[in-house]
Design a protein around this ligand. Sequence first.
Ligand SMILES: Nc1ncnc2c1ncn2[C@@H]1O[C@H](COP(=O)(O)OP(=O)(O)O)[C@@H](O)[C@H]1O
Length: 181
Amino acid sequence: MIIGLTGTPGTGKTSVSRLLQGHGYNVLYLTDLIKDECLYSEVDEDRDTLVADMDRVFSRVCELAGDDEGVNIIDSHMAHHIADVVIVLRTAPSDLRERLKLRDYSDAKIEENVEAECLDVILVESVEWCQKVYEIDTTGRMAEDVVADMEEIISGILSGDDSEVHQKYMPGSFDWSGEIF
Ligand SMILES: Nc1ncnc2c1ncn2[C@@H]1O[C@H](COP(=O)(O)OP(=O)(O)O)[C@@H](O)[C@H]1O
């Protein structure tokens, strides 16, 4: 089965994915796949990013993971465009800003991402498009603790009754809209 791990850049998807891989899960790092297999339609020079060809990305992910009975995690801020079941990582805007400052991002790119987190952009898209959405707060926590939450959610899903974990990791638990100004 495919589980998307999505969230604003900097919320910790790749750090958590690497740890999950160490625990034996298959992980597809979508950004690498798109780059390595040229699954993009154009290069957006202004935003310093590749515009993914989502039809080809979707087909390729299905090829790589679709028939696998184990759990395949897709690490990407676009995972919710592909998977029906997604876990959204969240980070309080002030914490996220500090994490993004450590990257080679322009101030504008940092603020664009912080604003997107304040406005729940990825969470709202996930709830709109996916069948099942779980939300984990990473603020002030260790990546290992987030991995433990992920494994709890995955166990719940695999058990066939996710009602308890869905209640515990219910989407829409944070309101950071006041931090925009
Ligand atoms: N609880 C946490 N979970 C994951 N990453 C965290 C956490 N707390 C701090 N971090 C740090 O935040 C950064 C997240 O980067 P990364 O994993 O590449 O995020 P993303 O893949 O979402 O862009 C890393 O430097 C990581 O060490």
